[in-house]
Design a protein around this ligand. Structure first.
Ligand code: PA5
Length: 438
């Protein structure tokens, strides 16, 4: 198996073949709505063809920027929030060593983040690092007006100019924003920054395969060609097949909607390898913002096992029955560690000798799934052969395509997010922003 697959074995007491056959036509209609651009939000469908239409010149240009900046920067600050932040972080954290901060990986900068918080302590600590290390910056905002990244950029731009002088600072900044509008676009023009465009028809949470995600991922030293190839191959599968057995995105959309109609209002995305934690964060935004509207939508939640089995495991096993679980199951690790033998066996774990850690982890996973099944929780497994750029590209496209179909099957516009404006209006009024004072 060289791509992701779904295992529905642990759903069989909760969803039967007849029910799947029953929803097939609805899901197919949703897929056609998506592909013909005949549904709500159809001006934001640029992501569907992105793996095919992204120009090779953009990829080349990103690589050239990486080569130019990697020798000058020990740190690379990615400023952005929501869709202008989570996709890049999800891929980078899935691929990098858990201890990457302590070592320089192959001569590429270590990626740090800003613009995703307003915590003063966070920026104090960030400034201390920026005093100490050479760095460069990508500032990412589609609207170019979002408060959190604007505040972060104001602070970091000033630091960068003090550290390197205005001319060199400008060469260390890349702006990724709208082609024509927004404050960031205007600043970039005026200051002469390198810029990349976020296409008009690609919304924030669907933008990881544009320069929004590709530039930081390449800057961290990862292979964006393979990422795009994985997405391209998954796109073909998602578009070509109308069968639930063959098309994983259609099957996932069908299962989620069936379970939701049966009262499973919460979906918990789980991993047994902590490097996928930010994939869950990205996924939560993708599904939460796309489906949580008009009083509807599955609440996306996430857990990292086995860590959280020792906390939230109790609730999943015996708490209110309102959830189903989707397990990101990784078949093969990228490295190996043996369990040493110990003649005294005082810790009592000699029975594990000869088993790999992955074998032990897989048994923890299966044991958990069976226990939760017994506790009345439906479990879907998404099986990843391993974690690499190609598989992550396939996973990203799979989740995006399934999200579009799932949202249309639910009956909402998956491509808007009117609800995220409410807090901003209050914040602007409280802070006295002109035009918001009453
Ligand atoms: O998915 C979305 O549209 C949002 O999460 C945005 O990405 C987020 O609000 C940041 O917006 P912007 O890129 O305009 O700064």
């Amino acid at each position: 198996m060289n791509t992701i697959g779904l295992n529905t074995e642990y759903l069989r007491h909760f969803v039967n073949d007849g029910e799947l056959a029953g929803i097939h036509e609805e899901v197919l209609r949703a897929k056609r709505t998506l592909l013909t651009g005949s549904g709500r939000g159809n001006d934001f469908l640029g992501w569907v063809d992105l793996p095919e239409t992204l120009s090779p010149e953009i990829v080349q240009s990103i690589k050239a920027d990486v080569e130019r900046l990697r020798t000058q920067a020990r740190l690379f600050v990615v400023i952005g929030i929501g869709g202008s932040y989570l996709g890049a972080r999800a891929v980078i954290e899935a691929l990098q060593s858990e201890f990457a901060a302590m070592q320089s990986e192959g001569g590429y900068p270590y990626i740090i983040y800003a613009g995703h918080t307003l915590s003063e302590d966070y920026y104090c600590q960030l400034m201390q690092m920026l005093d100490k290390y050479e760095y460069a910056v990508a500032v990412i905002s589609k609207s170019g007006t979002t408060t959190e990244p604007a505040v972060a950029f104001r602070i970091i731009k000033s630091h960068l100019e003090n550290k390197y002088g205005k001319t060199e600072a400008a060469q260390r900044i890349i702006a990724i924003t709208d082609a024509r509008r927004g404050a960031l676009h205007d600043i970039a023009q005026q200051e002469g920054y390198r810029t990349y465009v976020i296409p008009d028809n690609v919304g924030g949470r669907f933008s990881v395969l544009t320069p929004v995600g590709l530039l930081p991922i390449a800057m961290a030293g990862y292979d964006i060609d393979q990422l795009l190839q994985g997405a391209r191959d998954m796109r073909k599968l998602c578009i070509d097949s109308d069968s639930l057995n063959e098309n994983p995105a259609m099957l996932y959309a069908a299962i989620r909607n069936l379970l939701y109609r049966k009262g499973c209002k919460v979906e918990i995305l789980e991993n047994f390898v902590p490097q996928l934690k930010y994939i869950s964060e990205w996924w939560k935004q993708l599904y939460g913002e796309s489906e949580g509207k008009e009083g509807k939508g599955i609440l996306p939640h996430s857990l990292s096992f086995t860590t959280d089995l020792h906390s939230m495991g109790q609730y999943v096993q015996e708490g209110e029955r309102l959830m189903f679980e989707t397990v990101l199951s990784v078949a093969q690790p990228n490295g190996h560690v043996n369990i040493p033998s110990d003649d005294k066996n005082l810790d009592g774990i000699n029975y594990l000798l000869g088993k790999s850690l992955t074998e032990i982890n897989h048994n923890a996973e299966l044991g958990t799934i069976l226990a939760h099944n017994d506790g009345g929780v439906p479990v879907l497994q998404i099986v990843l052969p391993t974690v690499n750029e190609y598989i992550l590209g396939a996973l990203i496209y799979f989740f995006e395509f399934a999200c579009g179909i799932s949202g249309y099957t639910l009956g909402v516009n998956p491509f808007d997010q009117p609800g995220v404006e409410a807090y901003k209006k209050n914040m602007f009024r409280l802070l006295g922003k002109p035009g918001y004072t009453n």
